[in-house]
Write a protein that binds this ligand. Structure first.
Ligand code: COA
Length: 260
C-alpha cells in the first residue's frame, strides 16, 4: 500500500513512522486509519523490526479524529458508523499488540485519538509544553474506541475526570497519571527518544515480545489464576535461544548477540 499520510523511515531494526498531515495537525480520517492499519499489519510480521517510533510532522503530534470525517459520518447509517468505528478500533488494537517496542514521540499536542495513540505506545516521551486531552465530549462525541487502551494506562479515577470534562492537561499531569513516561524540554526530545530506543535494543526481541503478550493476560487477574501462565512463559523463555544467550553473555561478561 502506498502511503499518502504516513512517512516511514527504516534504520536497521528501528522504524520511524510519522503522521504526515500537518495542515490539519495530523488529524486522522479513514485514509490515515487504513494506512496505520496496513503499517501495523506489516510491522507485526516483520521479524527484523524491534522498535517503532511514532511521531507527528509539523506543529503537533496529532489533533485526533478529523472533525470533517466525524461530521461526514453523521449523514451515514448506524451500520456504516459502526463499521467505520470498528476499523478504527482494530487499528488501535493492532498497534497495541505489536510484538516490538512502540515509542511515542509527542510534541505540541496529542488530543482525542492522538492521546489514544499515545496510550497504545509502550513508552511515551513528550516535550514539557505539550498538551493532552480526551476532548471528545467537548465535541459531543466520546472517547470510545481508545478507552480499552487508555484505562489500563491512566486508571478509572483520572479517566472519569478527563473523559467527562474533556479538559486539556499538561505533560506533567500526563506523566502523573501514567499516560507518558518522560517529560523533557523540546531540544532534548530526540536524544531522549534515542536513549529509550537504545535501551529497547539492548533487550532480547523474543523476551520483549513474550512480555508484551503476557502483560495483558496477567493484568487485573488474581495471582493464582495466572500462576500456570506465568510459569509457562518463563519456562519457555529460559530454554529459548535468546534466553540461553542472554544468561551466557551475562556470565561471560560480554554483550548478547542481539546488541546492535
Ligand atoms: N480535525 C480536522 N481539522 C483539524 C483538527 C481536527 N481534529 N484539528 C485541527 N484541525 C485543523 C483546523 O481546522 C485548522 O484548519 P484551517 O487551517 O483550515 O483553519 C488547522 O487544522 C490548524 O488548526 P489550528 O487550531 O489553527 O492549529 P493550532 O496549531 O493553533 O492548534 C490544536 C493545534 C491541535 C491544539 C488545535 O487544532 C485543536 O485543538 N484541535 C482540535 C483537537 C481536538 O479536540 N480533537 C479531538 C477530536 S475527537
Amino acid at each position: 500500500m502506498g502511503y499518502q499520510f504516513l512517512a516511514v523511515r527504516r534504520e536497521g531494526p528501528v522504524e520511524h513512522v510519522t503522521l504526515n498531515r500537518p495542515e490539519v495537525r495530523n488529524a486522522f480520517n479513514e485514509r490515515v486509519i487504513a494506512e496505520l492499519s496496513d503499517w501495523a499489519q506489516n510491522a507485526a510480521e516483520d521479524e527484523g523490526l524491534r522498535v517503532a517510533v511514532l511521531a507527528g510532522a509539523g506543529k503537533v503530534f496529532s489533533a485526533g479524529a478529523d472533525a470533517d470525517w466525524m461530521a461526514r459520518m453523521a449523514d451515514s447509517s448506524h451500520q456504516d458508523n459502526f463499521e467505520d468505528a470498528a476499523r478504527a478500533a482494530s487499528m488501535f488494537r493492532a498497534i497495541n499488540a505489536l510484538p516490538c517496542v512502540v515509542i511515542g514521540r509527542i510534541h505540541g499536542a496529542a488530543l482525542g485519538g492522538g492521546s489514544g495513540l499515545a496510550a497504545v505506545c509502550d513508552i511515551v516521551i513528550t516535550t514539557d509544553t505539550a498538551l493532552f486531552g480526551f476532548t471528545e465530549t467537548k465535541l459531543g462525541i466520546l472517547p470510545a474506541m481508545i478507552s480499552p487502551f487508555v484505562l489500563p494506562k491512566i486508571g478509572m479515577s483520572a479517566a472519569r475526570e478527563l473523559f467527562l470534562t474533556g479538559m486539556r492537561f499538561n505533560a506533567q499531569r500526563a506523566r502523573e497519571i501514567g499516560l507518558v513516561h518522560a517529560v523533557v524540554p523540546e531540544p532534548s526530545l530526540d536524544e531522549t527518544v534515542q536513549r529509550y530506543v537504545d535501551e529497547a535494543l539492548s533487550a532480547a526481541p523474543t523476551a520483549v515480545a513474550a512480555a508484551k503478550r503476557l502483560l495483558p493476560q496477567v493484568w487485573g487477574r488474581r495471582p493464582e489464576e495466572v500462576a500456570a501462565l506465568t510459569a509457562t512463559a518463563i519456562a519457555e523463555q529460559r530454554v529459548s535461544e535468546q534466553g540461553q544467550e542472554g544468561l551466557r553473555a551475562f556470565l561471560e561478561k560480554r554483550k548478547p548477540s542481539w546488541t546492535p
